[in-house]
Write a protein of this length. Structure first.
Length: 58
């Protein structure tokens, strides 16, 4: 077992997670995914609130 590996991880065990390039790659990946999910959640909530407001205005 390499340093930094865990037995319970669902990720592939042969990647050296302790190396800086992997940390940077996955850090940026998760930041981008977080921003995309926040934007999607904002759009869904905004459209839901607007549709609810339009429904009550009738």
């Amino acid at each position: 077992m390499l340093h930094g590996e865990t037995v319970h991880s669902p990720l592939p065990q042969d990647l050296p997670w302790f190396q800086a390039d992997h940390a940077v790659f996955f850090g940026v990946l998760y930041i981008v995914l977080f921003v995309i999910c926040c934007g999607l959640g904002y759009c869904i909530m905004k459209s839901w609130c607007e549709s609810r407001r339009d429904h009550h205005a009738q």
